[in-house]
Design a binder for this molecule. Structure first.
Ligand SMILES: Cc1cc2nc3c(=O)[nH]c(=O)nc-3n(C[C@H](O)[C@H](O)[C@H](O)COP(=O)(O)OP(=O)(O)OC[C@H]3O[C@@H](n4cnc5c(N)ncnc54)[C@H](O)[C@@H]3O)c2cc1C
Length: 331
């Protein structure tokens, strides 16, 4: 590929809507495109997705490439990799960004291999240097350090962690170009079949979208304690979270694990109870606006991360804390 230009964000479409991470990537992509003096483009792959082009434009895209094909109704990697390759060949971008979600994790490395280029997965910061190289920052060694990469090959590819980037304010008046691209899908090359979609049952607010998260750790000691945390979370219209040991002990489902190998959250309020604040846990919640910690060990690392802290046994502190919140909500 020669004369690569622009930043292309490959959008995530969830339940027929453009995912929040796509708007975040367009926000990050805008900064890179402005610095390069090149356009910001989006690619939407799916079935009957053309109407979403307006959303991508309102989120910052100057141009949207749409691949509309019935084979792209549900995610299937053979079909998506063919369609993504077609769109990248049509757009010829300098930089390709994808979300580090279920689709990006699977699709991005396959796509990079096909395009004979390199990729950095799970980036938390992106920039471009004076040589127009994409500067890709990602956590390494289990979240204990950050490494910075650049690549010579084109297009330069990265996946981006959810909540690491900020979306632009939505601009419904913004205009942009919409270009249809043929999918290039050869059905004979689709080796696996989509059988069934099983929806995760979520009671209350979805963890990733919750304005407040009350997370517990090993020190909670069992599933009953987590019910008390849940009660506090409900008062804030928030969700419950947990560290890995709480999940490994089967006290709570794996769907609420927060951290390097769990979910990434960035709520207004993060209440961390009886957890030590390991780097692997903080990798999933350090973007929270305000962290409040309850821990009986004053030397615990969580107090270095928290804005407010209570040094106490959670079994004593939590009922008083919850009662106070109830009182304040009544006022
Ligand atoms: C590759 C890798 C990936 C990982 N991914 C994740 C991940 O995604 N998420 C994650 O959470 N971990 C992850 N881990 C595990 C991580 O390293 C830590 O072991 C884990 O986060 C510690 O959980 P914790 O804070 O609940 O437990 P601990 O570190 O054991 O801390 C328990 C805390 O509870 C306090 N405590 C105990 N009793 C009470 C009480 N009665 N009242 C108040 N405080 C009390 C203690 O003082 C202590 O600070 C990962 C590890 C590896 C190697």
């Amino acid at each position: 590929m020669a004369d690569n230009k622009g930043v292309l964000v490959v959008g995530d479409i969830i339940e027929g809507k453009m995912a929040a991470i796509t708007a975040e990537m367009l926000g990050a992509g805008k900064k890179l495109a402005t610095k390069l003096g090149e356009p910001l483009c989006a690619a939407l792959l799916g079935s009957e997705v053309k109407a979403l082009a307006a959303e991508a434009i309102a989120a910052g895209a100057d141009k949207v490439f749409v691949v509309d094909d019935a084979n792209l109704k549900d995610y299937q990697s053979d079909a998506f990799v063919m369609a993504a390759e077609s769109v990248i060949k049509a757009a010829n971008p300098r930089i390709v960004l994808m979300g580090q979600g279920n689709v990006g994790r699977d699709l991005a490395p396959r796509l990079a291999f096909r395009l004979n280029t390199a990729i950095s997965m799970d980036c938390v910061d992106l920039d471009v240097d004076d040589n127009k190289h994409l500067v890709q920052t990602k956590p390494v060694y289990g979240g204990n350090a950050r490494a910075i990469f650049t690549t010579e090959a084109l297009p330069q590819m990265a996946t981006v962690r959810a909540k690491a980037m900020t979306a632009l304010p939505r601009d419904a008046a913004k205009t942009g170009e919409v270009v249809d691209v043929a999918s290039g899908i050869d059905p004979a090359k689709i080796k696996t079949k989509f059988v069934k979609k099983i929806k995760e049952e979520v009671a209350g607010v979805k963890l990733e979208d919750a304005p407040a998260v009350v997370a517990g750790g090993r020190g909670i000691g069992g599933p009953d304690g987590f019910k008390q945390l849940e009660e506090l979370a409900k008062l804030f219209k928030g969700a419950g979270g947990a560290t890995r040991p709480a999940v490994d002990n089967n006290w709570v489902p794996a769907t609420i694990q927060i951290g390097l190998t769990g979910k990434i959250v960035a709520p207004e309020l993060y209440i961390a109870i009886a957890l030590s604040g390991s780097s692997q846990h903080m990798a999933g919640c350090s973007g929270s606006k305000t962290i409040v910690a309850i821990n009986k060990d004053p030397e615990s690392n969580i107090f270095r991360e928290a804005r407010f802290g209570i040094v106490a046994d959670w079994k004593q502190a939590l009922p008083a804390f919850t009662a106070k919140v109830k009182d304040l909500l009544k006022e």
